[in-house]
Design a protein around this ligand. Structure first.
Ligand SMILES: O=P(O)(O)OC[C@@H](O)[C@@H](O)c1c[nH]c2ccccc12
Length: 292
C-alpha cells in the first residue's frame, strides 16, 4: 500500500477510536436509523454528471482555501452549477477536512435536493453511520485499503442506511477485487458507482492514461466514475469519450473563483459528448455510415 494510504489508515483508526469513546456504536445506530433519508443521488438522463468536491487542502495541490470564504458558499455554488452530488473531505491531517464540514454542507444542500458524500479513508461501518449522522447521503470506499469482508461490511451498512457508495479502485487488481465483491451482491437494493482514481498516491502525479487502459475493465452495470486530474472541459470530453459516466472533480473547482460557471461548462461539454456518442452508436446499429 502507498505511504499516504498507510498514514491515512492510521489516522482513520485513531479517529475511530476517539469517536467510539464518545458514543457507542449502539447509540450511534439508534440515532441514524431514525433519521429522515438524505437527498437521493440522481444521474441525469443526458448521460454525464459531475460529483464536485470540497477540500481545503490536498497533499498534491497544497492549500486550496484561497478562493473559498466558507464551505457553505462553495458547496452552494456546486449545487447551483448542476453537480449531482458534493464530495466533502472529512480527513483532517492531509486534506484539511472535518466532520463539521459535512454537517454544514448537508444542511445547506438539503433544500437543493443534492446529496453529500463523506470522502475519507473509511475502515469501519461505524464511520459510515457517523457520515449519515452528519447528513451524508453517500460514502467513499477505497478498495486498496480493505479486504473483501471489510468492503462488504461497509457496503452492507451503507445499503441499510440507503446511502450510495463510490467504490474506488486504483488499478486492475483493485478492479478485480471490486468485481468479485459486486458479483456477490447482484440483486441487492443499493446504489453503487465504481471509480477509477488516476492519481499515483506515491508520486502524487496524475496518470490520465489509466482511464483509457482500464476503461474496459470497469465492472459493467455500475456507473463508471473518472477520478482525479480532470481540470478542463477537454479532460471531460476525453473521459466521456472513454465511456466514463461521471467525473469526480476537486482541485480545479476549488481553485476557481467562478466554480458555478466552470461546472456548467464542463457539464455542457460532457453531455454534448455523451449525446454525440449515443447518436453515433444508434447510427452504427442502424447500419448507417459514420465517419471515424
Ligand atoms: O482534486 P482532483 O484531482 O480533481 O481529484 C478529486 C478526487 O478524485 C480526489 O480528491 C480523490 C479521489 N480519491 C480520493 C481518496 C482520498 C482523498 C482524495 C481523493
Amino acid at each position: 500500500m502507498s505511504g499516504l494510504l498507510t498514514q491515512m489508515t492510521q489516522s482513520s483508526l485513531d479517529r475511530l477510536e476517539q469517536a467510539r469513546a464518545r458514543e457507542s456504536e449502539k447509540a450511534l445506530w439508534a440515532r441514524v436509523s431514525d433519521m429522515p433519508p438524505a437527498p437521493a443521488l440522481r444521474l441525469s438522463p443526458e448521460g454525464f454528471d459531475i460529483i464536485a468536491e470540497c477540500k481545503l487542502h490536498s497533499p498534491s495541490a497544497g492549500d486550496l482555501s484561497a478562493n473559498t470564504s466558507d464551505v457553505e458558499s462553495r458547496v452552494t455554488d456546486y449545487a447551483c452549477g448542476g453537480a449531482c452530488a458534493v464530495s466533502v473531505l472529512t480527513e483532517p491531517l492531509r486534506f484539511g477536512g472535518q466532520l463539521e464540514h459535512l454537517t454544514r454542507a448537508a444542511r445547506v444542500l438539503a433544500p437543493h435536493d443534492v446529496p453529500v458524500m463523506r470522502k475519507d479513508f473509511l475502515v469501519d461501518p461505524y464511520q459510515v453511520m457517523e457520515g449519515r449522522a452528519a447528513g451524508a447521503g453517500g460514502v467513499l470506499v477505497i478498495v486498496r485499503m480493505l479486504d473483501k469482508s471489510r468492503i462488504t461490511a461497509l457496503l452492507d451498512c451503507a445499503a441499510m442506511l440507503k446511502m450510495f457508495v463510490l467504490l474506488e479502485a486504483f488499478d486492475a487488481a483493485d478492479l478485480e477485487v471490486a468485481s468479485e465483491v459486486l458479483a456477490q451482491r447482484r440483486g441487492h437494493d443499493e446504489q453503487i458507482l465504481v471509480g477509477l482514481n488516476c492519481r499515483d498516491l506515491d508520486k502524487l502525479t496524475v496518470e490520465f492514461s489509466r482511464l483509457s487502459e482500464l476503461a474496459d475493465s470497469m465492472p459493467s452495470g455500475y456507473p463508471p466514475v473518472a477520478e482525479s486530474g480532470v481540470l478542463t472541459p477537454d479532460d471531460v470530453e476525453n473521459a466521456v469519450g472513454l465511456g466514463y459516466r461521471v467525473a469526480l472533480i476537486g482541485t480545479t473547482l476549488m481553485n476557481s473563483p467562478k466554480p458555478r460557471e466552470l461546472l456548467g461548462k464542463m457539464l455542457a461539454t460532457g453531455r454534448q459528448t455523451a449525446m454525440s456518442l449515443t447518436t453515433r452508436k444508434l447510427r452504427i446499429a442502424k447500419g448507417e455510415a459514420v465517419e471515424e
